[in-house]
Write a protein that binds this ligand. Structure first.
Ligand SMILES: NC(=O)c1ccc[n+]([C@@H]2O[C@H](COP(=O)([O-])OP(=O)(O)OC[C@H]3O[C@@H](n4cnc5c(N)ncnc54)[C@H](O)[C@@H]3O)[C@@H](O)[C@H]2O)c1
Length: 418
């Protein structure tokens, strides 16, 4: 039997969408190029932190099927594309997975289908890249099939806002395409916001993440300035954060990570550059953010030396190597450049993270410490990179080693804060 929904790309975005659609009673199938992903889901195993094995088993019981076989798409009434839009080795946008997925969809496109892209990309992607590829099928967008764009706003690890309760922006190549997309997502979320066009919806997503990018850079730069002139940045943030309007608090740290915040602004900058426009705020933010892991590493080495230990040979343990607290995802984590720089200075590295089982930097695994207590007992310096609950609750005064906290939550006589 043909599915009501086919999800292409079953990762952090696609799997929660498929799960919500199953819960809403839709017949759902999923296509992924990774056999490990498709086979794992078929066997009832989740590979995504926010979704447990029991939820995958419930999806399977509701009829969900995952496969690497594109024939899965045949006859699906709605196809939603959730494949990665990351960066190539030279840090420029890599639209390869998206165009590959769209070509696959085009080969199985039937009249009347709604195709919706959720992958983040620059304004114009749906009209200028996705549409022509789909029309190679011989079918016309807006006439024979409906083409829509709906950015995903999922926030992994966020227990307050779920897929259902986060308003969903939808847009279409025509008013009718948008109407179909609106009708589809109304089955899944509490609020649908219809944008006037696909470029507006694409830009809205990039602006949301550019906003975080710029404000994190501002907090980081304020921390560097305060550190230099002897002002306590954490006290500044505590005070400024009491303003009930006009100020959204962002906290400094070792840099930004994850699949979105450090990546999406680069899609916007690259596109703007092609259009002879320079995004100066984003350029400046990138310079600040890219330098943060180096600042943190320099500070760690200085702290060791000030306390009579040379970085070469020092035992340094990184606390929190995921890109943010509460998740197991290490993609683009600032822990990688920090680890590289510390290794280059000769430090002997270890890590602790409550959710990350393996941390491999440039092909070389970093040893994992079982608990914060073990890590402190076996380190000259602990470098806190993420604000995990475990670290907030930890009795830092009992730690015999030096502690450099880049998140401002550790307290104790041996703790130095960024
Ligand atoms: N992760 C987030 O928090 C988040 C939030 C909002 C938006 N997004 C955006 O959503 C998109 C997907 O991100 P993600 O984090 O889910 O990625 P992901 O890497 O977790 O998952 C993508 C999946 O797509 C599969 N895939 C790759 N190419 C494919 C193809 N041609 N056909 C079928 N499957 C293919 C991969 O094997 C993988 O399982 C990206 O554009 C990202 O920017 C991500």
């Amino acid at each position: 039997m043909s599915a009501e929904l086919a999800v292409v790309g079953l990762g952090y975005v696609g799997l929660p969408l498929a799960r919500r659609a199953c819960e809403a009673g839709l017949g759902v199938v999923g296509l992924d190029i990774s056999a490990a992903v498709a086979d794992g889901l078929t066997a009832g195993r989740s590979h995504i932190g926010d979704i447990g094995d029991a939820e995958v088993r419930a999806m399977r019981a509701a009829g969900f099927r995952a496969s690497t076989d594109p024939a899965m798409l045949t006859g699906a009434r709605t196809v939603v594309i959730c494949v990665p839009t990351g960066l190539a080795a030279d840090r420029t946008p890599d639209l390869g997975p998206l165009t590959a997925a769209v070509r696959t969809v085009a080969r199985h496109l039937a009249p009347g289908t709604l195709v919706c892209v959720e992958s983040t990309s620059h304004p114009g992607t749906t009209e200028e890249i996705v549409r022509p590829l789909l029309e190679e099928s011989g079918l016309r967008a807006g006439e024979d099939f409906h083409l829509a764009y709906s950015p995903e706003r999922i926030d992994p690890g966020n227990e307050r806002f779920s897929f259902r309760t986060t308003p969903k922006i939808v847009s279409g190549c025509t008013t009718l395409c948008a109407k179909h997309a609106e009708g589809f997502y109304q089955q899944l979320v509490d609020e649908v916001v219809v944008a006037s066009g696909t470029r507006e919806a694409e830009m809205a997503k990039l602006l949301e993440n550019a906003y975080r990018y710029v404000n994190i850079a501002l907090a980081d730069e304020a921390a560097l300035y305060c550190g230099q002139v002897g002002i306590d940045i954490w006290e500044v943030l505590r005070c400024a954060g009491t303003k009930p309007f006009g100020f959204a608090p962002f906290r400094p740290g070792p840099g930004v990570g994850g699949h979105c915040v450090p990546v999406d602004p680069r899609y916007l900058m690259a596109r703007a550059e092609q259009q002879d426009f320079t995004f100066r705020t984003l350029d400046a933010a990138r310079d600040v953010l890219d330098a943060m892991p180096g600042h943190v590493t320099d500070r760690a080495c200085r702290l060791l030396r000030e306390n009579g230990t040379e970085p070469a040979g020092a035992r340094v343990t990184l606390f929190g190597v995921a890109y943010k607290a509460g998740v197991s995802d290490v993609r683009e984590s600032p822990a990688f450049p920090v680890a590289r720089a510390l290794r280059a200075s000769g430090a002997r590295l270890a890590y602790h993270d409550p959710r990350v089982d393996r941390f491999v930097v440039d092909g070389v695994p970093v040893p994992r410490r079982a608990s914060p207590e073990d890590a402190c007992a076996d380190s000259d310096l602990v470098l806190v990179l993420q604000d995990e609950d475990d670290y907030r609750a930890f009795a830092w005064d009992r730690a015999a080693c030096l502690v450099l906290d880049t998140r401002g939550t550790a307290r104790g006589t041996r703790v130095t804060r960024l």
